[in-house]
Design a protein. Structure first.
Ligand SMILES: Nc1ncnc2c1ncn2[C@@H]1O[C@H](COP(=O)(O)OP(=O)(O)OP(=O)(O)O)[C@@H](O)[C@H]1O
Length: 266
């Protein structure tokens, strides 16, 4: 079986009026079925750029991108995207918002409706179907967004800071729910986050990028006793604190290296 995601020598430069900025350079990455990979790194190291490239929303300047062995040429139905903002339509009911992905991909049938209703129930949203987004809390709205993404049954989920706008406690609960839901359904996920503790708690692998240009600086494989424990309790597992400090230190170095590179260039 080919990897779910394969990036080969991917480089991306954004072209401005006067100059080009190199966001990602010569990046190679393989992600296997069922992995939960987090991308972390200092601001501007290319995390969102990479996610957009995998999603087929952005064509890299150079290099090749494959999802499930097929070259990516645009957004594909097997890829789901969940963002920091839930982007629910205020004028649609919760059920109609949750059905949107199926509707847009022309797959809205009775089975799809039943599955979406089941997913809403699984996420603790039973009874909210006829409500509207402004009647729900931020955490509930993010769960609706997750249902909308899962309803189309994507094998690969791209998560761009989906928990960062939430209160700490809600964020921990949602991390648990998302990671358990994806694990049960054997989905593959790529998460962009600024929260190192979250990255370690939910992932099987954490990739630290550096910037100027965006490259992989270091890869942390998460030991099974942490990776197999629900995120809320993973933080209490032996080795978690050491891993956090190692990642933190490397992150500081990645930032410092970028600043030095920036100064040298300037
Ligand atoms: N549309 C754009 N046009 C020009 N430059 C861009 C554009 N989007 C991103 N960049 C630049 O590319 C680099 C990588 O940006 P990107 O948003 O991918 O980083 P990031 O790691 O996701 O950052 P953050 O953590 O702040 O969200 C940055 O230097 C950024 O300024």
């Amino acid at each position: 079986m080919p990897p779910v995601v394969e990036l080969k020598s991917v480089t991306h430069a954004y072209l401005g009026d006067r100059e080009a900025s190199l966001a990602v350079e010569d990046l190679n990455l393989e992600i296997e079925q069922g992995e939960f990979v987090s991308l972390v790194g200092p601001s501007g190291c290319g995390k969102t750029t990479l996610l957009s490239i995998i999603a087929g929303l952005l064509q890299p300047s150079r290099g090749e991108v494959f999802v499930n062995g097929r070259a990516v040429s645009g957004p594909a139905p097997e890829v789901g995207y969940m963002l920091q903002q839930d982007y629910l339509f205020p004028w649609r009911s919760i059920l109609d918002n949750a059905l949107l992905g199926l509707e847009l991909t022309g797959r809205l049938d009775e089975a799809g409706r039943r599955k979406t209703a089941d997913l809403l129930a699984d996420m603790g949203l039973k009874g909210t179907e006829q409500s509207y987004p402004n009647q729900l809390s931020g955490g509930m709205r993010q769960r609706v967004a997750l249902v909308r993404t899962l309803a189309t049954d994507p094998g690969l989920l791209l998560l761009d800071e989906p928990f960062s706008a939430l209160d700490y406690q809600i964020k921990l609960q949602l991390e648990d729910l998302v990671s358990e839901t994806l694990r049960q359904r054997k989905k593959t996920a790529v998460l962009v986050t600024h929260d190192l503790s979250e990255a370690i708690a939910v992932s099987t692998r954490v990739i630290l990028l550096e910037r100027n240009p965006g490259r992989i600086r270091r890869v942390f494989d998460i030991p099974v006793q942490i990776a197999d424990t629900p995120p809320l309790y993973a933080r209490d597992q032996p080795g978690f604190a050491e891993l956090f400090h190692a990642l933190w230190k490397e992150m500081e170095l990645a930032g410092t290296a970028a600043d030095v590179a920036g100064k040298t260039e300037g």
